[in-house]
Design a protein around this ligand. Sequence first.
Ligand SMILES: Nc1ncnc2c1ncn2[C@@H]1O[C@H](COP(=O)(O)OP(=O)(O)OP(=O)(O)O)[C@@H](O)[C@H]1O
Length: 253
Amino acid sequence: MKIDIKSLSYKYDEKKVLHNINLSFNKGKFYGILGPNGSGKTTLIKLMTGLLSKKSGEIFVNNKELDTMSRNEIAKNIAYVPQIFNISQGFSVRDIVLMGRHPYIKRLESPSLEDYEKVEEAFRETNLTGLRDRFVNELSGGETQRVIIARALAQDTGIIVLDEPISQLDIHYQHEIIRFLKYLCEVKGRTIIASLHDINVAVNYCEEVVVMKEGVVKAQGKAFDVVTEGLIEEVYDLKVSIFDGKGRRYIGW
Ligand SMILES: Nc1ncnc2c1ncn2[C@@H]1O[C@H](COP(=O)(O)OP(=O)(O)OP(=O)(O)O)[C@@H](O)[C@H]1O
């Protein structure tokens, strides 16, 4: 399960926001996309999940051009966890997670036994079993984020793309979600791509990072190799110090 991006550029009306992006995301790895506000992370994510249609360049999902894939086909390959999830009143946790099965349920048909089993599995994996009958608009931010991740799991895709999955969470839930994403890569072989604002999390948990600035990929590769004091200063315009200890790397300012 992989995504290959070749010579991708994008503009909103006349404003060019991505410039000649070339990237590959490979099976079973956890990728972090870093970069300052407005550097193009969300735009890139929306293009690779088919939410925005590209204007130049190529995006391949498992060697198939994204443009040639139906919405359903994309949804069977890539699950998307958005940055902001507006939940309509009146949906239970179970309703939302079952929505992950939509690509598999034929029009006018009811969910199958397999659909319900996938939903139950997603509940178990995200520790949501006890919350399944609650209304989603009555949950905390951390619980809501877990519900959206559970929906992505129920979608049963090889690739999960998340836009800032932990930026609204306290450190307990940040840790829980990041560890869970790592487990999905290492144990379940999923490809995880997440935009992240926390450089410390990206460096210590992601196998590879992509660092963007003003719509350009400034660096990509193994997190420990790529994230240097010089690169952070160049990209974020901020002097930082990097410390190593107990097998971890800390970026301080
Ligand atoms: N719908 C839109 N119409 C016009 N310009 C947009 C639109 N969405 C984003 N932009 C612009 O595109 C650029 C990239 O935005 P994008 O949201 O992709 O960045 P980002 O790295 O995800 O930012 P953040 O970290 O703040 O979420 C910014 O200059 C932004 O103002």
